[in-house]
Design a binder for this molecule. Structure first.
Ligand code: THU
Length: 125
C-alpha cells in the first residue's frame, strides 16, 4: 500500500462522513503493521462540541478491532489534523502522517506534528 493509495482510501471514505453542520467531510485511512487498512470519518452532532473527528473515529475503531498503540505505520487524512487529533496520533504511536492542506500533500512524523509531547509519565505516581 503506497502513500498515494492510502490517501486515495481516505478520499474515498470521506464520502461517508456525517457532517451536516459544517458540511466539511473528512476521511482518514490508517495502515496497520499487519497490512490492514482501517478507515473512519467525522461524525457530527446537533450539539456541535460532541462531534467526533475522522481520526478519532478511525483509531477508536482500530482499538475496538484489537489494535494497540504501536500497531500503526501511516495515517492519511483528507485535512490537516486538529490539535486534539495530533495528540491522538501521538498517543497511537503512528510513524508517519500525510494529509491534504490547501492543495498540497504534507508529510510529517507525529513528533513534528506535536513537538514536546505531553506523556503520562509526567503525571505524579
Ligand atoms: N475535523 C476532522 O474530522 N478532523 C480534523 O482533524 C479537523 C476537523 C472535522 C470536525 C468537524 O466535523 C469538521 O471537520 C469541521 O471542523
Amino acid at each position: 500500500m503506497t502513500d498515494d493509495e492510502l490517501l486515495a482510501a481516505a478520499d474515498a471514505i470521506a464520502t461517508r462522513a456525517y457532517a451536516p453542520y459544517s458540511r466539511f467531510d473528512v476521511g482518514c485511512a490508517v495502515l496497520c503493521r499487519d497490512g490492514r487498512v482501517i478507515e473512519g470519518v467525522n461524525v457530527e452532532n446537533a450539539s456541535y462540541p460532541l462531534g467526533v473527528c475522522a481520526e478519532r473515529a478511525t483509531f477508536s475503531r482500530a482499538i475496538v478491532e484489537g489494535y494497540r498503540p504501536g500497531d500503526f505505520v501511516v495515517a492519511a487524512i483528507t485535512a490537516s489534523p486538529c490539535g486534539g487529533c495530533r495528540q491522538w496520533l501521538a498517543e497511537m504511536g503512528v510513524e508517519r502522517v500525510l494529509f491534504r492542506n490547501g492543495g498540497r500533500v504534507v508529510r510529517m512524523t507525529t513528533d513534528e506534528l506535536l513537538p514536546e509531547q505531553f506523556e503520562a509519565e509526567q503525571l505524579p505516581s
